[in-house]
Design a protein around this ligand. Sequence first.
Ligand SMILES: Cc1cc2nc3c(=O)[nH]c(=O)nc-3n(C[C@H](O)[C@H](O)[C@H](O)COP(=O)(O)O)c2cc1C
Length: 370
Amino acid sequence: MHTRICDTFGIDLPIFAFSHCRDVVAAVSRAGGLGVLGALAFSPEQLDIELNWIDEHVDGKPYGVDVVMPASYAGAGELDPDRMADQLQSMIPEQHRHWLDKVLTEYGVPPLTAEDDRPEGLLGWVHEKGREQVEIALAHPISLLANALGPPPKDVVDLAHAHDLQVAALCGSVQQAERQVNQGVDVVVAQGTEAGGHTGDVASIVLWPEVVDAVAPAPVLAAGGIGSGRQIAAALALGCDGVWTGSIWLTTAESDMSPLVVDKLLHASSRDTVRSRSWTGKPARMLRTDWTEIWERDDSPGTLPMPLQYMLISEAQRRIAKYQVKELTTMPVGQIVGRMQKVRPVKDVIFDLVEEYVEATERLNRLVNV
Ligand SMILES: Cc1cc2nc3c(=O)[nH]c(=O)nc-3n(C[C@H](O)[C@H](O)[C@H](O)COP(=O)(O)O)c2cc1C
């Protein structure tokens, strides 16, 4: 399974693993792949703590950091850095707040108490926040800076290159891939609609070779629907240099998902996800539950643009998680969730991916040699 991307990063396996959980990131890198920590949910201080932990637990193996600096969002370029949170909060209509409160009352979800942390709800997808995270990340020995939702701004690409880092970005179409390469992105992650999280509408098996051909000779990682070595073999057969995975790590032993979420993931089929704007305001694939359904009801005021939607829902999500409200519990995850049926350690998942890949390629070789 050795491809040129293995030489670029000094890794044994061209398997990249996105996770918000530091234990998963370190375990994947130690097992020969490349773990990438999603920075989105962390404050700059917390991100530094997570990265210090990874530095101590990764045994000197390479790892990466992923930030979210979207190509477009509400308030872009108009926000005062000192009053950003208030400015954005004032853009959320009262009608939306009332409706969401009414729905939570219908489901019997109690409010948070005085002792509970109130989520800020702003998170990293405002460029000002993303830049702070990039600064923290660059102070650690990372090998890769990745960005979701479009190419990172040109100055961020240049800064990463000045630190000798490879820059990756996720795309869901050929046009986005071309834009990324023109902006200096080194590694294109072509993510099919099957993927968990923000995703476009083109399927992996169509998108991967389209992107490979459009950006050649730039290396392409295949994302969206990878859960077995057979799927890795398919991605490499279609010209990709490796794979970028997300969903399959949610149900590993190292993952920090709550038992309720893990149980829901283990019991979901590949038809139990939906692309919904109800999480962040941009289409993201997640478990279809009452949470995604309520936003489609006749009385729904509709979703808000990024970053307002997550600011609107963050306290509701905290309440749903605290009181373990099963019907409303959801999680970004891809269609591969249908094959995630057991909790296993990261190294076992990697071992199986490699073993299945070898079996798949041997089977194909036998077909060539008949
Ligand atoms: C729970 C979850 C959260 C995600 N959050 C991000 C994110 O913050 N940044 C990002 O670049 N990709 C994010 N993704 C997408 C992954 O990086 C990856 O592209 C995707 O999971 C690949 O498809 P798969 O889910 O079929 O493996 C997320 C995916 C999941 C499942």
